[in-house]
Write a protein that binds this ligand. Structure first.
Ligand SMILES: [Zn+2]
Length: 567
């Protein structure tokens, strides 16, 4: 047992091991027990191996064997934000109790565990005591982003990083029944040791939300409290002050919790409180992860049944446009008052800020706080039978496959009646976000009949990834490929007409078309700006001429409303 004292324990519970020392511990677990196997998920930008420990009884170390075993597969992820690393140290302590001392080996009766010690391995090695100004230890901590300065917990949909691609491959091959993502959060001071988040609004299958909110959360909250740690729902302030309330709305799919909802799976987001000492954060994380595993171990059949039901019924409900799919959400101004265990503070004038600043005094205080917890669907879309994707969009196809989406191809040239989206309005972000120039679009469909060559990709919506397909391929979805700027080139004008060439063409068009003439005259009369703008006036004709590029501002992926017979 003395051989198994962790680095965290040896350090007097103030430090967390390096990548190298962490991997050495996990390799030793694999060596010393038959119940563990270390697999490689892929390589980071700087060339580090991203590993995952599979802990299972009965040799269930492959996705096929694990699925066939009928057990629940649980993914525990640490270090997506490596500065927030206590999940890693908690996992090491817990795995020791399951695999080495075996006091908790019963947890593997009905579970196959996948434990990622560190997801953002490069960020983990960018060490400093100063990486998180609001955080109380460990002595040295990693940095939030990857070596390419990207935040992995914004990369779930666009999958720009090798780390996220490795994770998505793991997810789609193992298809976990439950997902735990460990973090640390800052913000206001309060008594709670940790906060938790779990999707529950219209972005997740109803029965999953119900199981999570009515069975899972009350259980783990009570059990974690029995172990000495207070918890409450994740705090996202509405404005600057806690007293103004916090929101509990649907998460966007670029985050782990919003993403899991699209995969029809529950994710428990654990956020310890950064002002609590590192040691306390390790043990509170361990307590909550442990309680979660106990509950799932005891209720694995029920959870797996609901997951299956979610996969089946989501297809039934949304494939082929039977029910419109909710694509955008917005929190409402409805709230309920909740009891909150705060910390007393007073405000003081600051000569630094020239304003007031909070001074917490450490005294517990029970207050009531508004919690905004209602969400409305702001846009629904009827989904097609399939999306038709021209062969040139190979990187879109490879990303769809990473997400576990099945893609077919046309075997012969085919005339298809499809819908095409025109971007009727669009606004580009002024600054880059996560290395991309985002765009918010509005679109309208028009029906067209087009001959597609053999080799064109077909993505049928009748598959378990239907929520993901809709969120990636419907342009107006907030984390679609369009919103993330994958199609920005299609908003650009690529060909121009000289005015001395276009003007005679315009004269000719007017001479041939009296209706065009009257339209032009009306516009001249009613639209002052137009009248004063020579380029706009010429453009009026150019856009209607045979020379205009009909693909400008057109989404290059098509919607096939009626299913075709595969040939
Ligand atoms: Zn985080």
């Amino acid at each position: 047992m003395n051989d198994w004292i962790t680095y965290f324990e040896q350090s007097g519970e103030t430090e967390s091991p390096s990548y190298k020392d962490t991997m050495a511990f996990f390799s030793r677990l694999e060596e010393k027990t038959k119940m563990a196997k270390l697999i490689s998920l892929g390589t980071s930008s700087q060339g580090r191996d991203i590993k995952c420990l599979v802990a299972a009884k009965g040799n269930h170390f492959t996705p096929q064997k694990a699925k066939r075993s009928g057990k629940a597969i649980v993914l525990i992820q640490n270090g997506i934000h490596p500065g927030e690393i206590e999940g890693k140290d908690a996992s090491m302590l817990l795995l020791r109790e399951i695999l080495i001392t075996k006091e908790k080996k019963d947890l593997l009766d009905n579970l196959v565990l996948l434990v990622i010690p560190i997801l953002n391995v490069d960020g983990h090695e960018r060490l400093s005591p100063y990486n998180r100004p609001n955080q109380n230890g460990p002595r040295m901590m990693g940095f939030r982003t990857t070596a390419l300065n990207l935040n992995l917990n914004r990369d779930y949909m666009k999958a720009d990083t090798p780390e996220m691609r490795a994770l998505l491959r793991l997810f789609s091959t193992w298809l976990p029944d439950f997902y735990i993502d460990n973090h640390t959060t800052n913000g206001v001071d309060y008594q709670y040791n940790l906060t938790y988040g779990m999707e529950k609004h219209q972005n997740i299958f109803g029965a999953l939300s119900k199981w999570g909110q009515e069975k899972f959360i009350p259980h783990i909250k009570a059990e974690t409290e029995k172990k000495g740690f207070l918890s409450t729902s994740y705090i996202e302030l509405i404005r600057k002050e806690l007293e103004q309330g916090f929101s509990d709305w649907a998460s966007r799919p670029m985050y782990s919790n919003g993403y899991a909802a699209l995969q029809n799976r529950l994710l428990l987001l654990i956020e310890t409180h950064s002002l609590k000492p590192f040691s306390n954060r390790v043990y509170s994380t361990k307590a909550m992860v442990e309680s979660s595993l106990e509950f799932i171990n005891n209720n694995y059949k029920e959870l797996k049944k609901i997951n299956k039901q979610a996969d089946r019924e989501t297809i039934k409900r949304y494939a082929e446009g039977k029910t419109s799919f909710p694509i955008t959400f917005q929190g409402t101004d409805e709230f309920s008052l909740i009891d909150f265990k705060g910390i007393e503070y007073k405000t003081e004038e600051s000569t630094i800020t020239g304003s007031v600043i909070k001074r917490y005094n450490g005294t517990p205080v029970d207050i009531q706080v508004p919690c905004y917890n209602k969400v409305e669907v702001t846009k629904r879309v009827k989904l097609p039978a399939a999306y038709v994707i021209p062969a040139e969009f190979k990187d879109i196809i490879s990303k769809l496959k990473l997400h576990g989406i099945k893609v077919d191809t046309l075997k012969e040239n085919s005339f298809l009646t499809v819908e095409q989206y025109h971007f009727t309005d669009y606004k580009f972000a002024e600054r880059p976000y996560e290395g991309r120039q985002r765009v918010v679009v509005k679109c309208e469909t028009i029906p067209v009949k087009i001959e597609f060559p053999s080799g064109t990709f077909i993505v049928n919506t009748k598959q378990r990834g239907i929520r993901l397909i809709a969120n990636l391929l419907e342009p107006e979805a907030p984390d679609s490929f369009t919103s993330w700027g994958f199609f920005n080139a299609f908003f650009e004008r690529k060909e121009y007409a000289e005015d001395f060439v276009m003007e005679p063409v315009a004269q000719g068009m007017l001479g041939e078309d009296p209706q065009l003439l009257s339209e032009f005259e009306t516009r001249l009369r009613d639209d002052e700006e137009f009248r004063q703008n020579p380029q706009e006036r010429l453009d009026f004709f150019y856009k209607k001429s045979v020379y205009f590029d009909r693909r400008e501002n057109i989404y290059p992926i098509f919607r096939l409303m009626e299913k075709i017979q595969p040939s």
